[in-house]
Design a protein around this ligand. Structure first.
Ligand code: NAD
Length: 375
């Protein structure tokens, strides 16, 4: 089986879908691996390292794709890449399939069997393939680093001959994979951390990391977790109570990291312009949900907005891409585990009845087959 990896072409995408380590692992599965020249640049991986690991490195995209049975990407392939695919080829990528309708249609049109890594179910067997977790983990870490860089004061309490520097107060909103890593990172830097979520299960996790849990814990909260482990969209009534609690808590905070997402929907608005306006000058918010519409009113994709009261709202897109070498390494390992479901002894065999493949397949046989994306 021939596996191809091309350069990422989406704006600002620094990650890549293969590393020298995973080239070796793919070859061990019996695959031949072709990598487009320049694929690893954003992750500091030279072409020579891919070649040394056993990949064939080619400069021409079309030549890379022409013979590929499987194309691996971080983000969805471009129209040109899709048009250069062999009919029936397998594509494995984070497709952002709910929003990237044109890409999904083009993949169906090219008769590709395309898998969206974001749809891999979060069952025990699939943990090793869970790109949402691997990337969110790094994004949570990086959000705190971005906040610390923008903040004009220190995070830890420091006792010096010239007096004491106070510890920063950090509030993490949304305590899933990214939020928990943000809590841990802020704690390591010495901040005093509080966190909130709507899922009751998150309370114990927050507390086990040494942070204080702050939330509206009413009857709706007790039922806010879906069977899949995700948050539900909360009622207007709950959101009003939550906004009130946020208002009283946020004025005392120096740094706020927001990470709240609801699958298949725009991110919930947790921080209003009035909340931001109530914060002290010099405070920093980092909106990790910005690529899904944002949790913070006034946050702008790819910008640091400074409000009239001197608060900075950081809206960097693609935070995992700001820690690209590690993000690529983890993502590429997630892909090897996923490919283990369909490549055996060098042969490609796609069993769409497999629970994981069934949940993540988006296009097959010339059509969009994923129920959620179709609707
Ligand atoms: P996510 O990225 O979908 O959302 C981030 C967090 O925002 C979640 O904790 C969510 O509850 C929270 N949130 C949503 N709406 C909110 C609101 N209005 N106010 C405050 N917080 C809000 O979540 P995730 O990080 O992908 O994790 C979701 C769940 O999946 C967690 O329970 C996690 O532990 C679990 N998980 C399980 C596995 C596995 O078993 N393989 C792997 C990864 C994650």
């Amino acid at each position: 089986v021939a596996i191809a990896v091309t350069r990422e072409r989406r704006e600002g995408e620094t990650r890549c879908a293969v590393t020298p380590e995973t080239v070796k692992k793919l070859i061990a599965l019996g695959a031949a691996v072709t990598v487009e020249a320049g694929t690893g640049v954003g992750s500091s991986i030279p072409d020579d390292d891919y070649a040394a690991a056993g990949a064939s490195v080619k400069p021409d995209t079309k030549a890379v794709l022409a013979t590929a049975d499987i194309l691996l990407k971080v983000r969805g392939p471009t129209a040109q890449e899709i048009s250069a695919l062999k009919p029936g080829a397998v594509v494995v990528s984070m497709l952002d399939a709910y929003r990237e309708k044109d890409t999904v249609q083009a993949l169906a049109g090219a008769n590709a069997t395309a898998f969206a890594m974001e749809f891999v179910p979060r069952i025990t067997r699939a943990q090793v393939m869970d790109v949402l977790s691997s990337q969110a983990n790094l994004a949570g870490y990086r959000a705190v680093i971005e906040a610390a860089a923008a903040y004009g004061k220190g995070f830890p309490m420091m006792m010096t001959a010239a007096g004491t520097v106070a510890a920063a107060k950090v509030f993490v909103m949304g305590a899933g994979v990214a939020g928990l890593q943000a809590i841990a990172t802020a704690r390591r830097l010495g901040a005093v951390v509080t966190a909130t979520d709507v899922r009751p299960a998150s309370k114990e996790q927050v507390e086990s990391l040494g942070a204080k849990f702050v939330a509206v814990e009413d009857e709706e909260f007790k039922a806010a977790e879906t069977a899949g482990g995700y948050a539900k969209a909360m009622s207007d009534e709950y959101q009003a109570k939550q906004a009130e609690l946020t208002a009283s808590h946020i004025v005392k905070q120096d740094v706020v990291i927001t990470t709240a997402l609801i699958p298949g929907r725009p991110a919930p608005r947790l921080v209003t312009a009035a909340h931001v306006a109530s914060m002290k000058p010099g405070s920093v918010l980092v909106d990790l949900a910005i690529d899904n519409g944002g949790n913070v009113e006034g946050a702008k994709v790819g910008e640091i907005v400074t409000t009239p009261n001197g608060v900075q709202v950081v809206g960097w897109s693609n935070l995992p891409g700001r820690i690209a070498a590690d993000a690529s390494a983890l993502y590429a390992r997630n892909l090897v585990a996923f490919l283990g479901l369909m490549v055996k002894d060098g042969a490609l065999g796609v069993d769409l009845e497999d629970e994981i493949l069934k949940a993540s397949v988006v296009t097959h046989g010339g059509a969009v087959v994923h129920e959620g994306v179709k609707g």
